[in-house]
Ligand binder design. Structure first.
Ligand code: ATP
Length: 239
């Protein structure tokens, strides 16, 4: 039995100003999957996520998510449909408290009891955020900010979570913790599209992966196969 696709990206084209960055990207994320998107600096990974969440406008192709073509839907409604992004560089609100950052993540919702319950869930998943809940987001360490960025994205109750470089700039033991959380979220039913420079960690946690080179998908396979592919090992795994 095959699992139905939650996200089907079909020949997506996107870019900035006169420049096309993505050239006919096609990929899928099935319900319950973690999919890794790996590639060198500037390959177009962030642009892919931004185009899916509507923050960069698609120039061609289709993005079907849970029965909707996202290329015709404004960004704030895309969140409502169940797709949330934790952006590169975390982009938490530095002057707002941890609690207020979480509340901002729930801006599309109108169920205060549900929001309160989800904040409690976030604090259970990330106990350090409970300890720091009144502290300004900007005063947290890098790892804590990453946890907050993920927790904030989860406040939208996403079916699909887009994670952009969650390990960037973090100490190795914090990276392990963050990837543990990604696995745990996936066990709870959240599908994940994960962009990472740390290709080894990403492919270890993912079910499948895509390789992006200068705005094109050049390879896709099961994550374990990519991890053992000599070309991928040489190009992306430092061997
Ligand atoms: P990185 O790991 O460095 O973030 P990436 O694979 O995520 O790399 P993108 O950030 O998507 O790559 O960048 C793809 C290309 O688009 C690069 O050539 C980059 O210079 C260009 N680009 C990215 N953002 C913008 C922007 N806001 N305006 C113009 N060009 C941009």
């Amino acid at each position: 039995m095959t699992t139905p696709a939650l996200l089907t990206v079909d020949r997506l084209r996107s870019g900035y100003g006169p420049i096309d960055v993505l050239h006919d990207i096609s990929l899928t994320v099935a319900q319950g999957e973690i999919v890794a998107l790996i590639g060198a600096n500037g390959a177009g990974k962030t642009t892919t996520l931004m185009s899916l969440s509507g923050l960069v406008k698609a120039r061609g192709g289709r993005v079907m998510f849970d029965g909707h073509d996202l290329t015709t839907v404004p960004a704030h409604q895309i969140v409502r449909l169940g797709l949330a992004q934790s952006p590169e560089g975390r982009k938490i609100f530095p002057r707002l408290s941890v609690l207020e950052n979480l509340e901002m993540g729930a801006f599309t919702r109108s169920d205060p009891d549900g929001v309160a319950a989800d904040i409690e869930k976030a604090f259970t998943m990330f106990p350090i955020l409970r300890e720091r809940k009144a502290q300004a987001g900007g005063l947290l360490s890098g790892g804590q900010q990453q946890m907050l960025a993920i927790a904030r994205a989860l406040m939208a109750r996403p079916k699909l979570l887009l994670l952009d470089e969650p390990s960037l700039g973090l100490a190795p033991q914090i990276v392990v913790q963050i990837f543990g959380v990604i696995k745990e979220l996936n066990n709870q039913g959240v599908s994940v599209l994960l962009v990472e420079q740390n290709a080894r960690m990403a492919l270890k946690v993912a079910h499948r992966g895509y390789v992006l080179e200068t705005g094109r998908v050049t390879c896709e396979d099961r994550a374990d196969k990519l991890l053992n592919d000599p070309r991928i090992r040489a190009a992306y795994l430092g061997e």
